[in-house]
Design a binder for this molecule. Structure first.
Ligand code: ACO
Length: 325
């Protein structure tokens, strides 16, 4: 049966120029490349030197719009997944709209779902498109996590990086089958009983400060593999596709052992799993659109490919998206 699908028509990403390697970190805290590489798969990450989350989002968005052959005036909605906004309020999305000259009156907002932020944002935008409320959306995941990392804490500072990724999605009529291009299914989840396993220690109504990332690494690790697998399985089932039909698995880029753990649950070969954590680190809500844009730009992921996206983050939150490019 004919239906509306949200098709990805443009993608973009931006990484701040400064690169911090594991060797650089070993001069800052008691760590070494061997420990970080084997435990996390991370070799280097980018860190912003004064560029804000909105600044790097604008760069990623400009690339996505250029790629789509559109201008900002064609956009009906800007939604940003982030946990590192420029200000407590207004939203980063509103700021991006203002800087880029978005049409006055169009909706903009941020989604607070930590590392799942982009999957949440994409799901909301997809639903608005399928309801006919909007036609074209700019969906961004962007973080400057370096601002909320305690650079004296070796347990956390080796894990994170900064960056931004964006996609432009647009309404297109589909046949209602898994052969359609565009978003085929989405799922969102959360479990607030795990609030204290992963959080940022500050807040407006608590400490009145921004705070630093605090994490129970082992708890997060255990939960992440199951959550990413649950979301992946659900979107494949909802979309009516089997594991064998999927071209690419794109899990949240937190840690290579989590990524491989999810892959092994489905018996997926490593060459079908997109990995950028080695040179991005964990960029939270930016990790998926960064990896997606990089893979599309390099030609690794091609038109017609079927991609399973899954994310998991603080809250805990988790979710998945099945999309045919
Ligand atoms: N360098 C050297 N040693 C370190 C470092 C470091 N950077 N960090 C911790 N250690 C030490 C610890 O102090 C500990 O020493 P001790 O035994 O003397 O106390 C030792 O290494 C072992 O620490 P563990 O915590 O047991 O190491 P583990 O194998 O669990 O790996 C890690 C830690 C990488 C954080 C792991 O738990 C993990 O991957 N967790 C998932 C968390 C994650 O990816 N979070 C990202 C944010 S959440 C998200 O995006 C969903």
């Amino acid at each position: 049966m004919k239906c509306i699908r949200s098709e990805i028509i443009g993608w973009g990403h931006y990484l701040p120029p400064k690169v911090l390697t594991n060797d650089d970190l070993s001069k800052m805290v008691d760590t070494n490349d061997e420990w970080i590489s084997t435990r996390t798969g991370i070799k280097s990450r980018h860190v912003s030197e004064g560029q804000t989350t909105a600044d790097i989002s604008v760069k990623a968005s400009e690339m996505a719009l250029k790629n789509a052959g559109l201008t900002i005036s064609d956009i009906d909605l800007i939604v940003v997944g982030t946990l590192t906004p420029d200000n407590t309020t207004p939203s980063v999305a509103a700021k991006i709209g203002g800087v880029m000259g978005a049409r006055p009156g169009m909706p903009t907002f941020d989604v607070a779902a930590a590392c799942s932020g982009f999957v949440y944002a994409l799901t909301v935008a997809d639903n608005m498109i399928r309801l006919g409320q909007i036609k074209t959306a700019l969906v961004i995941g962007a973080e400057t996590l370096s601002n909320i990392v305690d650079w004296t804490d070796r347990n956390t500072c080796v894990l994170f990086g900064d960056g931004a990724g964006a996609v432009v999605i647009r309404a297109k009529e589909g046949d209602g089958t898994s052969q359609d291009t565009g978003i085929l299914s989405t799922r969102l989840y959360s479990d607030g009983s795990q609030y204290n396993s992963l959080y940022v220690s500050g807040g407006v109504s608590t400490t009145k400060t921004a705070g630093f990332v605090v994490m129970n690494g082992k708890e997060v690790f255990k939960f992440a593999v199951g959550a990413l697998a649950e979301a992946s399985e659900a979107v494949m089932k909802d979309g009516g596709v089997s594991v064998d039909e999927v071209d690419w698995f794109l899990p949240h880029q937190a840690n290579i052992r989590i990524i491989e753990g999810v892959g092994h649950k489905f018996g997926i070969s490593d060459d079908k799993i997109i990995v950028t954590v080695d040179h991005h680190g964990n960029t939270s809500a930016a990790s998926i659109p960064l990896a997606l844009s990089e893979s599309l730009e390099s030609g690794k992921v091609k038109k017609g490919d079927l991609v399973v996206i899954s994310a998991m983050g603080a809250g805990f939150t988790w979710g998945g998206v099945l999309v045919r490019i």
